[in-house]
Design a protein around this ligand. Structure first.
Ligand code: IPT
Length: 980
């Protein structure tokens, strides 16, 4: 049997040379809309002759184009990360090769028959064969890359028929092993574009900027048809009819940066065509060991972005590209790596317009060859050379005119090889104006930046100090050591996390060689589904019955699948904020405090911001006033003295915020960019409040055996609080377990396999602790309950004492925990849990908020008064797991329904963090999707004095030592009361 075209390693045939995406005044016709569609389970079962003009497709389905057919009821999606979902037998694909035939009948007027035109596909996954009016145009592979075919000679006035056969699997699939859903289809636009004789074939804008002179240089190279002359005009710069290919200096231009995305509108014209160009002047270079733009080093506060929509997959509705860029800008993100393929071109238009640094990645990943020790890796094997080169050419040619694109990336996780070398050489030749990134090139044979993934903090720090372990070859080592470093992926945002962002950021800020990185990843790749009774949830690998899949591993974004920001995104925003506001040493002359404001922008001064100072007492506002801050230049600091503030009675905090002074294209005036809080009196206040209870009544024992103390009733045998006022409760009892997070469940990428936190915790029996009561005593001081808490088969245990006293405002509980034995994996949490009536659904608290906070992800939570509901306290991680803790709670009140409220107060330090849910930890742990969680008639509260950190072990380092909760003796107190 001869090899079918879809298994040929070539890029395809029939395509026109790649060129830049540009806007032209030549006529275009969008062919998106409703097409006819027919799916065959295998290529050889697809209907013969379906491309014929008169083929009867009336019985076929209707399908919107662009789309992925599995998201429209034809077949189903498949999710794998590294392993190919078919045997590793390149370039062969399975017989079961879903093949989608698409037909569109459309009308044209006769002007289309008079001059040449091209048919352009922006993206077809994974291999398409195309016919126009019965004539074959060619075959294409390269799912996320554009392709054009000459269409003119085949077009007709009146009725035209376009037929496209799309195979899900092809040789190209071997080059497209990105960690994402396999989603075939014509998923980006299809357009007919008139190409007038004497028009523009291609244009390449070269616009540099020299900071020292303030001068720009400009040249546009053009390829035209029929030897036509092309001339450039940029009216705003007084450039008029500059012949293509000529270089000019432009005085006094404003440079393009991601912070100040200044674009100049130009027109490149021949006698027959006008092409619009948006020109941004900037010079990108790696010099003196740093990645610089316009001579200044960048600090990349980046994210990796896959194109994903929970209903449409990578066929993203147009408005979502804008929404993504706006969300990024509003969260202080300044860079994006288009992992792991070129995005829809309009995304880059928005990056140019609104300002983001882009690392533009080629559509290439061969990760699954790692299963064969990279034998036959298409990034190296000669038979794939043309396919690899074709991919980088189509990438660079399409996007070369975007000022936002500051680096080309050859692809992701493709090992090393000759084809990558050839791609690198081609890029260097074609576009010397941009550095090159190749993640797999750890020795930096051709990369201009040293780039790694997920390295732990200490290794990043060593690289920052130029002290990484040497390469064998001293020359290669010297070259690599001289290069800037970026983390092209870090801080894996899977489930609850990532923890440790702030520690990375401190390293980036400290070492000039470290130029930041890109969090993995922007959005959870969950697909919206419904339970039989109509409740929505987000599906992941395995939910579509895929026999081979990678489960939840692509649910690892900073946004939930519906684009709701996760707590991880709030943490990132705070961590990378471009202004640092800190307390400065000493007081000012006016006895006001001094603060130090550091401008961490790379280019902008602070004149686009206004500052505000707010004073609060016990979380209530006392005063707010503008704060004058000079327009500190990028990279500089200034100290200013705060006005003298009135004394406050309660716990006092000063909050200083940096807000947008005026509306920006990406956020309204008043949008908060950065903030900090300075305590006025915190420690004194905390200890003043810690004076402890003044016992009022002594407990008494009732005939039914219950102990009564103040407003509390205790079970006489277990010593548990069972009633508080008129409220049934099931008393605070020690709890050390949490529903494991994705990070808890995973072994660090860099440690021994199986070495997850959960493994240690389960070994110690923390999920199955048994409470034994040693004593329930009542005396003049109150009630004392002594217990020992331990797990079956374990010698280690905890002695736990609960001392209850009553004062005029309620019960005061002091818990003392004394661990005995070894607890080598530490503890997931340390606190008490209690059950209370479900009616208490409203929550108010004074503590950190508004969002959740964990030891290594708590920068975004500020001290204040907040209110919410128990339901809204839940963070709907797609895969249910520990979530929702509100930290450093001074007091919290739960209320609602018919009956008193429950008030919980920290007495002294440590304070507790509060979690409240309508299900137990066990329910949370066993749920696979959010819809598995059913509300009970009770609330389960956790009042913890500590939790284990989050880390990012799901792909990266685990929790840093400082954030691991170790077992140690601890005593804390809290007051409980039923009020109102
Ligand atoms: C890394 C991949 O580059 C990325 O696509 C994604 O799969 C990520 O991991 C995990 O979510 S590769 C990893 C083996 C370091």
């Amino acid at each position: 049997m001869s090899q079918p075209y879809y298994e040929d390693t070539s890029p395809g045939y029939g395509a026109r040379p790649a060129r830049a995406a540009f806007t032209t005044d030549a006529a275009t016709a969008g062919l998106g809309g409703i097409w006819r569609f027919h799916l065959s389970p295998a290529a050889d079962l697809a209907p013969d002759g379906f491309w014929a003009d008169d083929f009867d497709d009336s019985s076929w389905s209707l399908l919107p184009v662009p789309s992925h057919w599995p998201l429209h009821g034809h077949g189903s999606p498949v999710y794998t990360n590294i392993g190919y979902p078919f045997p590793l037998d390149p370039p062969r694909v399975p017989d079961e090769n879903p093949t989608g035939d698409h037909r569109l009948v459309f009308e044209l007027d006769d002007s289309w028959t008079r001059e040449p035109a091209v048919l352009r596909f922006e993206g077809v996954d994974s291999c398409a064969r195309i016919w126009l009016n019965g004539q074959e145009l060619g075959v294409t592979r390269g799912s996320r890359l554009p392709v054009e075919f000459a269409a003119g000679p085949h077009l007709r006035a009146g009725r035209n028929v376009l037929a496209v056969r799309v195979h899900q699997w092809s040789s190209g699939s071997y080059l497209e092993d990105q960690d994402m859903w396999w989603l075939p289809g014509i998923f980006r636009d299809v357009t007919l574009i008139r190409r007038p004789p004497g028009g523009v074939e291609d244009a390449f804008v070269h616009a540099g900027y020299d900071t020292s002179t303030g001068r720009g240089t400009l040249r546009v190279d053009a390829v035209t048809r029929d030897g036509a002359e092309a001339r450039l005009s940029v009216p705003e710069l007084g450039v008029d009819d500059l012949p293509a290919g000529d270089t000019i200096a432009v005085e006094g231009v404003a440079p393009w940066t991601a912070e100040t995305p200044r674009l100049y509108h130009g027109v490149l014209a021949t006698g027959t065509e006008r092409v619009t160009l948006r020109i941004g002047f900037r010079t990108v270079a790696v010099e003196d060991g740093q990645l610089r733009v316009n001579g200044r080093p960048l600090l990349l506060r980046g994210v990796n972005r896959h194109e994903h929509h929970p209903d449409h997959g990578r066929a993203l509705p147009a408005e979502l590209d804008r929404e993504d860029v706006l969300l990024m800008k509003r969260h202080n993100i300044n860079a994006v790596r288009t992992s792991h393929y070129p995005p829809h071109p309009r995304f880059l238009d928005l990056c140019d317009e609104l300002g983001l640094w882009v690392v533009l990645e080629c559509d290439l990943e061969t990760h699954g060859f790692s299963a064969a020790d990279w034998r036959g890796n298409p990034a190296d094997a000669p038979e794939w050379a043309e396919a690899c080169l074709d991919r980088i050419r189509r990438t660079v040619e399409r996007d070369k005119n975007h000022p936002s694109v500051v680096m080309w990336s050859l692809g992701n996780e493709s090992g090393t090889g000759r084809n990558l070398d050839a791609m690198a050489a081609w890029v260097r030749e074609r576009d010397p104006g941009r550095p090159l990134h190749d993640e797999g090139d750890h020795e930096c044979r051709h990369s201009d930046v040293y780039s790694r993934m997920y390295l732990p903090h200490d290794e990043v720090e060593a690289i920052g100090r130029h002290a990484e372990p040497p390469l064998d070859d001293p020359d290669a080592d010297a070259r690599r050591r001289s290069l800037p470093f970026i983390l092209c992926e870090y801080a894996h945002a899977m489930g609850n996390g990532p923890g440790g962002l702030a520690e990375y950021q401190r390293l980036f800020e400290r070492y000039p060689r470290l130029q930041g990185g890109f969090v993995w990843e922007w959005i959870d790749q969950g697909l919206r589904q419904r339970t039989p009774d109509g409740r929505e949830f987000f599906a992941y690998g395995g939910d579509f019955g895929e026999p081979f899949h990678d489960g939840t591993f692509a649910i690892d974004g900073l946004l939930f699948p519906d684009r709701t920001p996760s707590p991880g995104l709030a943490e990132l925003k705070k961590t990378v904020e471009p202004i640092a506001i800190r307390a400065a040493e000493g007081r000012g002359d006016g006895r006001g405090r001094r603060i130090r404001i550091t401008n961490r922008y790379d280019f902008s001064d602070l004149s686009h911001l206004c500052f505000e100072l707010a004073l609060s007492s016990d979380g209530l506002p006392v005063l707010a006033k503008p704060l004058h801050v000079p327009p500190v230049a990028a990279g500089e600091s200034a100290e200013i003295e705060l006005p003298v503030l009135p004394p406050v009675d309660g716990e006092g905090w000063i909050t200083i915020s940096a807000l947008l002074a005026e509306e920006q294209p990406w956020a309204p005036a008043g949008h908060e960019v950065a903030w900090t809080q300075l305590p006025l009196t915190e420690e004194e206040q905390a200890s003043r409040r810690g004076t402890g209870p003044r016992p009022v009544p002594a407990p008494r024992r009732r005939p039914d055996g219950r102990l009564v103390l103040g407003s509390g009733e205790f079970d006489g045998r277990s010593g548990r609080l069972v009633r508080l006022g008129t409220m049934d409760v099931d008393g605070p009892v020690l709890d050390l377990w949490r529903a494991p997070t994705d990070n808890d469940r995973s072994a660090s990428l860099w440690g021994p396999p199986d070495d997850s936190a959960v493994r240690w915790w389960r070994q110690a029996g923390l999920d199955r602790m048994v409470h034994r009561v040693d004593e329930v005593a009542d005396g003049p001081d109150g009630v004392l309950v002594r217990t020992r808490v331990a797990a079956a088969a374990q010698a280690s245990g905890m002695t736990v004492e609960y001392r209850w006293a009553a004062d005029e405002s309620g019960l005061v509980l002091t818990v003392r925990v004394e661990p005995a034995g070894d607890w080598p994996g530490g503890l997931p949490r340390l606190g008490v849990r209690m059950a209370v009536p479900g009616r208490l659904g409203q929550v108010r608290w004074f503590g950190r908020g508004p969002g959740e906070a964990y030891p290594d992800s708590r920068s975004a939570a500020r001290v204040g008064r907040f209110s919410s509901t128990v339901d809204a306290l839940q963070t709907p991680y797609v895969v249910p797991q520990e979530n929702g803790a509100r930290a450093d709670v001074r007091w919290a009140e739960l209320s609602g329904g018919d009956g008193p409220a429950l008030r919980m107060e920290s007495v002294g330090l440590p304070r507790f963090s509060l979690t409240a849910r309508r299900w137990t930890t066990g329910d949370l742990e066993s749920a696979r999707h959010t819809t598995d969680l059913a509300a009970s008639d009770r609330l389960f509260l956790h009042l913890d004095v500590a939790q284990y950190g989050l880390g990012s072990a799901s792909c990266g380092p685990g929790v840093l030592p400082a954030h691991r909760l170790q077992a140690a003796p601890v005593t804390w107190s809290l007051r409980l009361s039923a009020c109102g």
